[in-house]
Design a protein around this ligand. Structure first.
Ligand code: PA5
Length: 460
């Protein structure tokens, strides 16, 4: 069967100031330790994300709930932020029709799915004002069960819904995805008798794309959840080796780690040449940043680009800016559709257009990918190439699992815990203090005491 391939040659090009193969071999013991450290935590039950593809029951529950909602509603609004939104959004935008939400129901064959994500009231109000609430259900997704942004959206929708449709209408429209036993949202699910799916306690937010967090929106949008999990399972089984010559996720993590540590290439760009993977880039940014940015001396900076769009934007920086980047190109070999181009006779005199005649847009974007990668290498810029046979559910499952496992191994190589995020707590404490949460007065006072700007540094 065709499968994802990873090619790291572009990081071992002597002409591009690349790594030497012995440097990779020298990292093998550390890579083995990172692999074994992760496997030990996995066996102990502490880390569950790599075992999700085998959990058919959880997938069935998401599919069944999505089907039930689709029988009654037209729109699903996914209330969640960070890992409780990005994974689902990445899957839906990779697998659904690019204009899924604009299609009529008979062409869509599934619910429209919206991811407001942020708690910007302007966007949220605009969404609620646009959707017909009669036809709208929503999923409140928060693993911890109390995330302020998500719960603010939940509260707003709940109030409108109850005012318009009563308690039963609310219960009909709202489903929850949260921890099986802990947190405010689980207690609310029980008290309000709401339908709720669980996120396994051993799976953290940004690693939860293959739990109900991602599977419920994916199934609601009509994605093939079974094939998605099969792809993830296939990648997981390819990654059961501690050898850099066999385990693609370990090789990916090791090469990026070496590039960062030995060559100062600490900006890691993911650049798919497919619009469907644009949101996967955002998901990767969160995964890499929140998992690895843990000490002043540890934290490669992830960056999302999209080809060919970024050739007219950040590619200039990649090509001639600081020598601090590694660009991972993601190629989709067989595009889902292609578009042919014919240059009319009246344009034939224009050499800058005429050469397009007889080609397809698929050929154009592929030529641009090849050209940009070659040009980067010629300019001494390292690249990595990930190739997907096509952008389907199986390939998407492979890609998600590849990047999740690579993140876990990279944590081991850098010597940090990739599965926590203590750094975001201080900001949360300040915000909750400002909003008057009891017990957070000290945080509020501390923040207010700091809020005296030097007047000469303010231009008002
Ligand atoms: O990766 C993480 O743990 C975070 O990005 C969370 O997903 C994010 O903070 C949302 O958390 P929760 O699902 O608890 O609302």
């Amino acid at each position: 069967m065709e499968r994802l391939s990873l090619d790291v040659n572009g990081c071992f090009d002597p002409a591009a100031g690349g790594l030497a193969v012995p440097a990779l071999d020298a990292l093998a013991p550390a890579a083995r330790a990172a692999f074994e450290g992760f496997e030990a935590r996995r066996r102990s039950g502490e880390l569950g994300f790599a075992d999700l593809p085998a959990d058919g029951a959880a997938a069935d529950a998401s599919v069944a709930l999505a089907r039930e909602l689709a029988e009654r509603f037209e729109n699903l609004v996914v209330l969640g932020i960070g890992g409780s939104s990005l994974g689902g959004r990445a899957i839906v935008s990779a697998l659904a029709h690019p204009y899924h939400n604009l299609l009529p129901r008979d062409r869509r064959g599934a619910l429209r799915v919206f991811f407001p994500d942020n708690s910007d009231p302007a966007t949220f109000e605009a969404l609620l004002g646009t959707l017909d609430l009669e036809e709208t259900c929503w999923a409140t997704i928060t693993k911890s069960g109390g995330t302020a942004e998500t719960m603010a959206q939940h509260l707003a929708l709940r109030e409108r819904c109850i005012a318009r449709f009563g308690e039963d209408g609310y219960r009909e429209r709202c489903v929850l995805v949260t921890d099986p036993s802990k947190g405010a949202l689980r207690a609310i699910a029980d008290a309000e008798r709401l339908r709720a799916l669980s996120v396994p306690p051993s799976v953290g937010g940004r690693f939860s794309a293959l739990t109900a967090v991602g599977l419920l929106p994916a199934a609601a949008a009509g994605a093939d959840v079974t094939a998605l999990l099969a792809g993830a399972a296939a990648m997981e089984s390819r990654c059961r080796s501690a050898s850099l010559r066999e385990n693609p996720a370990l090789l990916y993590a090791a090469v990026l780690h070496l590039m960062d540590r030995e060559k100062g290439r600490h900006v890691h760009v993911l650049m798919p040449y497919a619009d469907g993977l644009r949101d996967t880039g955002d998901w990767f940014v969160q995964l890499w940043a929140e998992s690895l940015g843990k000490r002043p001396d540890v934290g490669p900076t992830p960056f999302r680009a999209v080809g060919a769009t970024d050739q007219h934007s950040s590619a200039q920086l990649m090509m001639e800016g600081p020598h601090d980047k590694v660009v991972t190109f993601v190629r989709v070999v067989q595009p889902r559709a292609d578009v042919s181009m014919t240059v009319p006779d009246v344009y034939r005199g224009h050499a800058e257009i005429a050469y397009l005649d007889g080609h397809t847009m698929g050929e154009l974007i592929e030529a641009e990918r090849r050209a940009t990668e070659a040009a980067l290498r010629k300019a001494g810029r390292p690249t990595i190439s990930v190739q997907l046979p096509r952008l389907d559910a199986r390939a998407m499952g492979e890609l998600l699992m590849l990047l999740e496992l690579a993140t876990a191994y990279a944590g081991g190589l850098y010597g940090v815990n990739a599965f926590d995020q203590p750094g975001v707590e201080a900001g949360k404490r300040y915000a909750q203090g400002l909003l008057g949460r009891p017990g957070y007065e000290k945080a509020r006072d501390e923040l207010l005491a700091r809020a005296s700007p030097a007047p000469e540094l303010v231009l008002a």
